[in-house]
Design a protein around this ligand. Sequence first.
Ligand SMILES: Nc1ncnc2c1ncn2[C@@H]1O[C@H](COP(=O)(O)OP(=O)(O)OP(=O)(O)O)[C@@H](O)[C@H]1O
Length: 270
Amino acid sequence: MSATATIEANKGGAQPAAQPLANHIEAKGLNKHFGKVAALEDINFGIRNQEFVSVLGPSGCGKSTLLRIIAGLIPYESGTATVRGEVIHSPRPDIGVVFQTNNMLPWLTVRKNVELGARIRKMPAQARDHAVDKVLEVLSLSKFADAHPHQLSGGMRQRASIGQALVLDPPILLMDEPFGALDALTRDKLNVELLRIWQEHRKTVMLITHSIAEAVFLSDRVLVMADRPGKIIEEVVIDLPRPRDAAATRALPQFGEYVAYLGKIMGVTK
Ligand SMILES: Nc1ncnc2c1ncn2[C@@H]1O[C@H](COP(=O)(O)OP(=O)(O)OP(=O)(O)O)[C@@H](O)[C@H]1O
């Protein structure tokens, strides 16, 4: 089957035939208003255990609202949102969240910032130190453990933010445009790093991004949203081989076809 045929076969909500893993995240008939603004209308989707799913859509279509609902940070009006089969009411320790603007406290060192979540959850000191050491190593930040945020580059600060989310080793990672404020080169490098972490630790990831290429490179599946009201209009399975190497994956003709196809749906390309 050609890549175009694969895309056609995969679009429109089709799931791969084999589904050995249960949904980690699920939304059914989810609705959310801010006053008269219908931020989300009848949202239905599932993300399987260890799946990497990106959400693309125009500014204001409700991507962040959706992520914040799943993170348990804001309420919704009707429908259901569940994580590992449990209705979401509030933030959970099994979900790590990374935002576009990092949450680092400027007066604390990188180590102290990364260990915050573990301290709040009262992890014993020895286990906490071990967890922080491991996360700093995974993110190549060990040498900067005693630096303060202002001494780091933008990319390093964002890596440290990811460290804050990873320290409790949550099985689920929600990321709201984590690389949006970075230059293209740093962004590409962090994409590769994120993929390496995901490949080694196999977390369930929901990533919000404005970059079609980033979504295609990283994801198993891409959800496309439209605005007014915010809803999911398309679901595209990204059937590219893994593990994915940046240069080799982007050189694949199918990569370009997925990017073009998603661009067309989003009205970016004709
Ligand atoms: N706290 C709030 N109060 C009122 N309206 C809000 C609030 N948060 C979001 N909205 C509105 O809900 C809609 C969806 O916003 P949201 O931030 O989820 O979109 P988005 O797709 O993440 O946008 P962007 O890509 O620009 O970050 C927008 O119309 C926004 O103005």
